[in-house]
Write a protein that binds this ligand. Structure first.
Ligand code: F6P
Length: 371
């Protein structure tokens, strides 16, 4: 049966959003004969009925394009006194049969609530570079962010080695250190600091000292923006909040770099990758995952799997209840963090540091100095 399906993108943007939209529209129009409509600027567009028609021809060339053609915002109908009535009225007046919500933890929680409280026919698609949505093995956008961060770390190695410096690289990851862990392992970082495991800056300095004593004069420390020092080990930052009450993160690398330089005497620089990790073209992996999610989402609409989201479990794309993810964040798998550490480190002591051991011989520098 042909249906009228709305699509919105909510929360922070991430590479692959356009690829999901394109897949929903292509299968919806070409296989099911559906009519697709895009809501602009997330829930604002639903409340204000700001829409654009979506069809196969209007989405040509969007597969590799980053960002979202629909625009995105934080915030939800629950922030407005008449928000729910306006959402309900949009569904009724526009004759909407379904809404596909592409979002992270915030947008998916709102989608779940609207489904439960108003009975709205909603299907979710999990996105975020942070990879912290519970219920799915991976969100799209994560792979791209990891690749961007890894490329940056690769570049930082050569300049760090040339100058005998420590580089502290800050990556995104509000509550979970997925990007830091993957990019840190892929980039051969000396230490990886993540929100799940408060770090001891004294132990980080010690690790750098012992590495430099062994003849390595350059090191990379990767830190997730949400990482916190162990109580009493280093001054925590003052918290700044945005209009939705979210802590505005970013900047811990600078504090860490200053402390490292002060305590070790090693020249230290910091790099904050910030929104570069969210911009630009998705990797091939993310294009495929986004396309699979989009196809599964429109299939879920036709199966009337209301209140579900599409998820990746192993190699399969399935559906799971949105309730699985509400109010939770998915931490980094401790086995990944610790087992890889044990495999690659001589001196892992379970103190929140991942210490990959360089496997290219002992004591030799990657860039040999002629002296
Ligand atoms: O999308 C999640 C995220 O990338 C977090 O890692 C980060 O803290 C936040 O978004 C930054 O968002 P904003 O766009 O509000 O600066």
């Amino acid at each position: 049966m042909h249906v009228r399906v709305g699509i919105l993108t909510g929360g922070g943007d991430c590479p692959g959003l356009n690829a999901v939209i394109r897949a929903v529209v292509r299968k919806g129009e070409l296989v099911y004969g559906d009519q697709l409509v895009g809501f602009l600027d997330a829930w604002d567009g639903v409340m204000e009925r700001r829409t654009i028609p979506l069809d196969v021809s209007s989405l040509r060339g969007m597969l590799p394009r980053g960002g979202t053609l629909l625009g995105t915002r934080r915030g939800s109908p629950y922030d407005h006194v008449d928000g729910l009535q306006r959402v309900q009225a949009t569904f009724t007046d526009m004759g909407l049969d379904a809404l596909v919500v592409i979002g992270g933890n915030g947008s998916l929680s709102v989608a779940c609530k609207l489904h439960q409280e108003l009975g709205l026919p909603i299907v979710g698609v999990p996105k975020t570079i942070d990879n912290d949505v519970v219920g799915t093995d991976m969100t799209f956008g994560f792979n791209t962010a990891v690749q961007i961060a890894t490329d940056a770390i690769d570049r930082l190695h050569t300049t760090a080695e040339s100058h005998d410096r420590v580089m502290v690289v800050e990556v995104m990851g509000r509550h979970s250190g997925w990007i830091a862990t993957y990019a840190g392992i892929a980039g051969g970082a000396t230490a990886i600091l993540i929100p799940e495991e408060p770090f001891d800056i004294g132990a980080v300095c010690e690790l750098l000292r012992s590495r430099h004593e062994r003849g390595r004069y350059a090191s990379i420390v990767v830190v997730a923006e949400g990482a916190e020092p162990k109580e009493g080990t280093m001054q925590s930052r003052d918290k700044v909040y945005d209009q939705f009450g979210h802590v505005r993160l970013g900047g811990i690398a600078e504090t860490i770099a200053n402390v490292i330089e002060e305590r070790t005497g090693f020249e230290t620089r910091m790099v904050l990758l910030g929104h570069i990790q969210r911009g630009g073209t998705p990797t091939a992996f993310d294009r495929v995952l986004s396309t699979r999610y989009g196809v599964a989402a429109i299939d879920a609409v036709h199966a009337k799997s209301w209140g579900d989201m599409v998820v990746l479990r192993g190699d399969e794309v399935l559906t799971a209840p949105l309730t699985e993810t509400v109010g939770k964040t998915r931490p980094v798998d401790p086995h990944l963090y610790h087992e890889v550490a044990e495999a690659f480190s001589r001196s892992f002591s379970g103190d929140g540091l991942l210490r990959p051991l360089r496997l290219n011989g002992s004591g030799d520098r990657r860039v040999r100095r002629l002296r």
